[in-house]
Design a protein around this ligand. Sequence first.
Ligand code: PGA
Length: 245
Amino acid sequence: MGKMIVANWKMYLSPSDSVKLFEVMAKKGKAVICPSFVVLERLGALAKKSGVRLGAQDCFWENRGAYTGEVSPLDLKDLGCEYVIVGHSERRNYLSETDEMVRKKVKSALTAGLIPILCVGENEAERNAGAAGARVVEQLEKALAGLDKLGAGQEIIIAYEPIWAIGTGQACGPEAAAKMHEVIKNKIAKLLGVKNVRVLYGGSVDDKNVASYLERAEIDGVLVGGASAKKDIFASLLAAAANFE
Ligand code: PGA
């Protein structure tokens, strides 16, 4: 199982800048790119001809109906997405997305044949109080409640993203991240019977520190935000990551 690089472009890039950056990255190597919904269709067509895979940044928990502004997981699949980020802390914080909403999204993504990238992570107060592990375990239990095993061909990826490390330039050290990845892998083994679930680290990953994460056996890849939307930095990050394939 090679290391996985996932780019979360958040709301950083315009459609034309997204296409430009995608074209450059598609030549550089393997990554999963999660752009804005509004360019998924254009990038889906380009992705087919490259080693780059496509993911969405969110999905709704219903497939069809009167849900103004929401996006169906079926449509993401139709546009060429293989992955979808679910439960990102920015959505939990700015849009009050609850554990229950995250649970429903994980389920609908799996049913649609997408691979959910489920984000979990503690805030600073929880870390300082020594409650980080308990918080992450609680998020996993709630997001996966009612799901005791995956169906044939289904897969789930967990992203450990401590909130205090996201977009702050203050990354969680690889040692501490690796410890949390162990906790997550053990919990997923208990909850879903999946032995070595893929766990990504996210939070201020850049071209300089990416190797320090990828060299750890417990860390199966990285979820990169800000650094993935900058051409030179992301190119150099992919070059550093190529040593770990
Ligand atoms: P960052 O974001 O790399 O900008 O810290 C990571 C994320 O939110 O996925």
